[in-house]
Design a protein around this ligand. Structure first.
Ligand SMILES: O=C(O)CCC(=O)C(=O)O
Length: 280
């Protein structure tokens, strides 16, 4: 099923219920550029949405080449975007007021819009995710951008969650390297040179989440196990942000697809960017 953008908002359900966010999480996020929020969704809630997300990703996985034949980026995960447009159930998850309100509280802003969702499934034997900054890809003129990374399965320590360079978001754009061997090398060197403290939130349960800001440097370890590390992510930005003037390189795709080619300087509020907090 294709759920047309601009069609009705999903009916309210338990996934919209509020979450009592610890004030310390906001302080940590604003200082470090990342934070873990444990128990943001319950195991029962994940059990409700996971089959639909896995089925959508599974269709894509059938078309992928074997891991050994892919480049470093391709080995890192199976990536499937904007699943909310394919299923009403996934739309209810992605449009969750609970998730969007936590994102807004962490950013310290009143309203957030959807940038896009993406499933990131690291397969058994999948490679590392190289160091990178997400906002290198995002033509938005604001620093108020945030990703929620939520495992749909319990992730043990030997699979691991992301590693973040704490405070790196405060330095903004550190070089427009796309995800790959060069970004791993150059940002890895930079982390050492600048002696940026690195931190992982380690093992996670299904429904725990990490949140990181768009300029926070991050990477993730390979998956040496037989477990499929299925993760769903949602990216939001502060309402009122405008499309950045700088839309070259890696940003061309994002500008065309997620921001509907909106003219630089205009409000970033295309048909794929509904206001998710507060939700109309
Ligand atoms: O899931 C991963 O391995 C990396 C995820 C990531 O880079 C992100 O969500 O920005």
């Amino acid at each position: 099923m294709n759920v047309l953008p601009g069609s009705s908002l999903p009916p309210k359900s338990a996934i919209d219920d509020p979450f009592a966010l610890d004030a310390l999480a906001v302080t940590d996020f604003q200082r470090d550029g990342h934070v873990a929020v444990r128990g943001l969704a319950s195991a029962e809630e994940i059990g409700l949405y996971r089959p639909a997300i896995e089925a959508a990703v599974g269709k894509l996985a059938l078309r992928m080449r074997p891991i050994a034949e892919r480049d470093t980026y391709g080995k890192a995960f199976i990536q499937a975007h904007n699943l909310w447009t394919r299923s009403e159930l996934i739309k209810a998850f992605v449009f969750s007021e609970r998730f969007a309100s936590v994102a807004a509280q962490l950013l310290g802003c009143s309203d957030v819009r959807l940038y896009h969702d993406q499933a990131l499934f690291k397969e058994p034997g999948g490679g590392h995710t190289p160091w990178h900054q997400d906002q290198a890809y995002w033509p938005l003129d604001t620093r108020d951008t945030i990703t929620m990374w939520m495992p749909l399965v319990d992730v043990p320590g030997d699979v691991g969650s992301m590693t973040f360079a704490s405070g790196s978001q405060q330095r903004g754009d550190l070089g427009r390297f796309v995800i790959g061997d060069e970004s791993e090398l150059r940002f890895g060197e930079l982390v050492e040179q600048l002696q940026l403290p690195t931190r992982t939130h380690g093992a996670m349960q299904a429904g725990d989440a990490t949140f990181h800001q768009g300029w926070t440097l991050h990477c993730a370890p390979p998956n040496p196990t037989s477990l499929l590390r299925s993760v769903m992510t949602i990216i939001w930005f502060a309402d009122g942000a405008r499309v950045a003037a700088d839309i070259g390189g890696a940003r061309v795709f994002d500008h065309k697809i997620w921001l509907a080619g909106i003219t630089p300087g205009e409000l970033a509020a295309g048909p794929l960017n509904p206001l998710l907090w507060p939700r109309a």
